[in-house]
Design a protein around this ligand. Structure first.
Ligand SMILES: CC1=C(CCC(=O)O)c2cc3nc(cc4[nH]c(cc5[nH]c(cc1n2)c(C)c5CCC(=O)O)c(CCC(=O)O)c4C)C(CCC(=O)O)=C3C
Ligand SMILES: [Fe+2]
Length: 415
């Protein structure tokens, strides 16, 4: 047992009492499904920033090269089906609705359909595990804005499960995958006659602006310092360490590891998290590393960021430098991940309630209700659900998340 996270706040305020939900909302990013969708999709992603289509065309090359198709929607359809099967196997009668932030089926339409079908209280599960604006608050704002644009605020309640970066259902598939990838790279080096050659594990996640990282997982009322300067970095470091500690000692022997970043965009003068994975690979090669295992720790499925930036670009960097390379799988529809997501739902439900809140790092279990101001939106704050003191997305009769809606919702277990 370790100190409770968010020691400066009453931890009970960040735990939601179990409630009676009538559907699960699987919320994701969305992606284009053909060449004609690419520019409209990118306009959605960069909405409100006035980026000209010519500039959008420049960032579209990975979609263009793949027939204009992102793998992400197919992966979410598969995840939805897997969740439905797991719920049915446990006799949990909650339908799974699917909605995206940037492509059809769009979240506002899905909320309207849910309401028209008689649903009144949804529990959102996102395809995003860590804390930062893009992976947490932006989803909560998009629900807030959708409730406003549909006029459903006060009629349809939407809550959200905690960020699950250190839930065993998310971590264990990486643990398995890292061991397998290490064995493959070792075998390749052995076949080349250099079984003792140094191998390095690169845990890779999405780079974000440094300012966004620093605002992640904290509020102005609760100044708190994190390893690496932010909750976003600290969460990744803690999970990476957990994975390395759990992988077979023989497999990790002689293998060092580090956290690296990928998929940077934005203006060059704005600082983002570094080092970039390709720079890190070049530095490691110069220092004598002969094999690279890439673990896409920041991602839930093998979407475009993974298949392009890792399987294409990082793999090419390794090939050019003569390094052995293997990329571990993302959780995708791994049975442990699917059942872990259902467990996260059951933490919040009255029926089939699970009181245990497992977490594999000292940082978790992360909160159900974000502290006020958490993961700030520097482009202008919007109303967000699942935030302490917010009145958006609440069930009728619930005054505010700072009052009667909250109670200590079970106990934390570090596993
Ligand atoms: C932290 C994070 C995640 C992980 C958490 C999560 O999963 O949510 C994530 C996921 C994803 N990002 C994706 C795609 C894009 N992200 C962009 C732009 C940006 N992402 C950012 C951050 C993140 N992004 C940021 C700080 C920007 C800069 C602009 C801005 O401040 O918004 C752009 C615009 C063009 C460009 O700038 O390159 C695109 C097209 C897709 C779909 C992939 C597919 O189609 O398979 C997915 C899953
Ligand atoms: Fe992104």
């Amino acid at each position: 047992m370790t100190a409770a996270p968010h020691a400066g706040l009453d931890a009970a305020l960040l735990r939601a009492a179990p409630a009676e939900y009538d559907a699960i909302l699987l919320a994701s990013f969305g992606g284009p499904e053909g060449q004609d969708d690419v520019i409209p999709f990118l306009r959605n992603v960069t909405r409100g920033r006035g980026i000209p289509d010519e500039r959008l065309e420049e960032v579209s090359h990975h979609y263009r090269a793949n027939g204009g198709i992102s793998p992400i929607n197919a992966q979410n359809r598969a995840l939805k089906a897997a969740l439905e099967a797991e719920l049915a196997a446990r006799s949990i009668k909650l339908p799974v609705l699917w909605g995206n932030r940037n492509w059809d089926p769009y979240i506002p339409a899905v909320l309207q359909e849910a309401y028209d079908a008689g649903h009144r209280r949804l529990l959102m599960v996102t395809t995003s595990a860590y804390s930062c604006y893009s992976s947490d608050r932006q989803y909560r704002e998009d629900i807030g804005m959708a409730l406003a644009s549909t006029g459903l605020d006060g009629k349809l309640a939407v809550d959200k499960v905690r960020q699950y970066f250190d839930h065993p259902g998310f971590v264990r598939p990486f643990l398995e995958g890292t061991a397998v990838s290490l064995a493959k790279v070792r075998a390749e080096l052995a076949a080349a006659g250099t079984p003792e050659a140094p191998v390095h594990v690169l845990f890779s996640t999405h780079s974000i602006p440094t300012r966004d990282a620093e605002a992640a997982g904290r509020s102005d009322d609760e100044p708190r310092t994190f390893e690496g300067g932010s909750a976003y970095v600290a969460q990744h470091l803690a999970v990476a360490r957990t994975v390395m500690a759990a992988v077979e000692p023989a497999a990790v022997e002689g293998a060092d590891w580090s956290l690296v970043y990928q998929s940077r965009s934005g203006a060059p003068h704005v600082p983002w998290l570094e080092p970039d994975i390709n720079d890190a690979i070049a530095d490691l090669a110069a220092a004598g590393t002969k094999g690279i295992v890439v673990v896409p720790l920041g991602f839930v499925s093998d979407h475009m960021e993974v298949v392009w930036d890792l399987d294409t670009e990082a793999a090419e960097t390794c090939a050019e430098l003569g390094l052995a390379f293997d990329r571990a799988p993302t959780p995708g529809t791994h049975p442990l991940f699917v059942s872990g997501l259902v467990d996260l739902v059951c933490e919040r439900t009255v029926a089939n309630h699970i009181a245990d809140r497992p977490a594999m790092t000292d940082l978790g279990p992360w909160y159900d209700i974000a502290p006020a101001g958490d993961s700030r939106n520097f482009r202008g704050e919007k109303p967000a659900i699942a935030e302490h003191g917010s009145t958006v997305g609440l069930a009728p009769g619930v005054a505010a998340l700072s009052e009667g809606a909250l109670a200590r919702g079970g106990s934390a277990t570090h596993v």
